[in-house]
Design a protein around this ligand. Structure first.
Ligand SMILES: Nc1ncnc2c1ncn2[C@@H]1O[C@H](COP(=O)(O)OP(=O)(O)OP(=O)(O)O)[C@@H](O)[C@H]1O
Length: 436
């Protein structure tokens, strides 16, 4: 009888384990509600007083000074009282707690203690906000939502690309109408090319001209040449292409002036020139020189042309997406000036703190710290700015180079002809041939 009961218990245990694993993989939200949430909620309630006291979130109703005989004694009371919290409420990805602040308390110490709370509750992260005076709202995320992200959805809009998923579960969208120019940075194997490939897959079916500048001999962007209205594979060609785009910009300004409008988007659909997106792979190649006078002059020219497009292009339908392994002040003052014009920033894992600082430091110091904590295992994860002015972690949707090449090929017939660019490339090619 005993062995049968034992075998039955073993079978039951095995079944529970298998069912649990199935539930966790197929229905992670249900799994969280049934198992993770009750355990974590109890842990929050049980540890709150201690955690609050250890992190200076508890305050004493007694004054910090008192009289002992004739002496004024100063010090913290031993009877600090933790602020009251609501019972943790389950969310799809974690739980939330409302804290009733003591009079005189602000949410600032809670923001500082967010990391300690995450460790104490054994969750991935805790975010602190204060939507209402006198209350702090703690939102705990149980596991990193970017570890196994699902697919996000967003409506198809001109010049807008759904490139991945945000940590919040929302769609990660690069909307060039809202944020006209972007800087994408990351160490080797961090996910830059995958993001570029995703961008090309998303923009290829749209009525936009794509121009590639890839000074690594066209190894990366050359794969999508069938959908490119021009591809520069050397700095000489890049100068020619960017120069022709500055001429195009001047022409568009003239059209806008004659029509009495301030942007090509105010022109009627029929007369509006096609928007142009310039994709640059390895930005540093445009700035670094071999020390010769000609090399320096070419790099300076490139820098000036990029800066002009970044300054004036947004309303004229010219957009820049610049990618590179690192962007440092050593590339010259032109690179720093250009960065100021690129309001969209994406920072994958980087090799040195200086690069994260250069990409995000002028926007938010916390974003720099978060970018520096991206590990080699988190390919495709990046810190990105949003069109609302905030920032967050996100992961690109995995897109293979083959997917992007196929998308470029099947939309090749949509490639707009930019004669000015083609002519500049031809002339640069001929001049390069003569010079060789
Ligand atoms: N969003 C993602 N999800 C999962 N894996 C990814 C993601 N993005 C990139 N990877 C993986 O990371 C690897 C490197 O990606 P990618 O080639 O895009 O990096 P990179 O920064 O362009 O590297 P390099 O500078 O060496 O060209 C690829 O093999 C890809 O499979």
């Amino acid at each position: 009888m005993v062995p049968i009961a034992f075998a039955f218990l073993l079978a039951l245990l095995a079944w529970v384990l298998v069912a649990g694993a199935y539930l966790r993989d197929r229905y992670p939200v249900v799994f969280w509600y049934l198992t993770g949430y009750p355990v974590t909620a109890l842990r929050v309630v049980r540890t709150w007083r201690k955690v609050a006291q250890l992190n200076d979130l508890a305050v004493s109703p007694r004054p910090a000074r008192g009289l002992l005989g004739n002496l004024v004694v100063k010090g913290d009371s031993l009877q600090a009282i933790a602020p009251r919290i609501s019972f943790p409420r389950a969310t799809r990805t974690g739980l939330s707690v409302v804290v009733r602040l003591h009079p005189g308390q602000t949410p600032a110490p809670f923001i500082q203690a967010a990391d300690a709370l995450a460790h104490a509750w054994r969750v991935h992260a805790v975010r602190v906000t204060s939507p209402e005076r006198g209350r702090a709202f703690l939102l705990a995320t149980a596991a990193d939502p970017l570890r196994r992200p699902g697919l996000a959805h967003a409506p198809a809009v001109l010049l807008s690309a759904l490139v991945g998923i945000l940590e919040s579960g929302g769609a990660w969208v690069m909307n060039l109408r809202q944020v006209p120019h972007w800087l994408i940075v990351g160490a080797t194997q961090s996910g830059k090319s995958t993001l570029m490939a995703r961008l090309i897959v998303q923009l290829a079916p749209q009525p936009v001209a794509l121009i590639g500048i890839d000074c690594k001999g066209g190894m990366e962007l050359g794969l999508f040449e069938s959908r490119l209205s021009g591809l520069a594979t050397s700095r000489r060609e890049a100068v020619a292409v960017l120069g022709s785009l500055v001429e195009e910009m001047a022409l568009r300004m003239e059209i806008c002036r004659m029509e009495g409008v301030r942007s090509i988007w105010d022109l009627p659909d029929k007369t509006r020139p096609v928007p142009v997106v310039v994709l640059v792979d390895e930005l540093a190649e445009l700035y670094l020189t071999d020390g010769t006078r000609d090399g320096k002059a070419e790099a300076e020219k490139c820098s000036t042309l990029l800066l002009r497009i970044a300054q004036l292009g947004a309303t004229l339908g010219l957009h820049l997406v610049l990618a590179g392994q690192r962007v440092g002040s050593d590339l010259g003052p032109g690179a720093t000036a250009l960065r100021a014009q690129l309001s969209g920033r994406i920072c994958h894992r980087v090799n040195d703190p200086g690069t994260a600082e250069m990409v995000l430091g002028d926007l938010n110091k916390d974003a720099v710290t978060v970018a520096q904590s991206i590990t080699t295992a988190e390919q495709g994860v990046a810190v990105c700015t949003s069109s609302q002015g905030g920032w967050g972690r996100a992961r690109s949707h995995l897109t293979t180079i083959d997917d992007a090449r196929k998308a470029a090929g099947s939309h090749a017939h949509l490639t707009p002809e930019l004669l000015r660019v083609r002519r500049a490339l031809l002339l640069a090619g001929t001049a390069g041939g003569e010079g060789a």
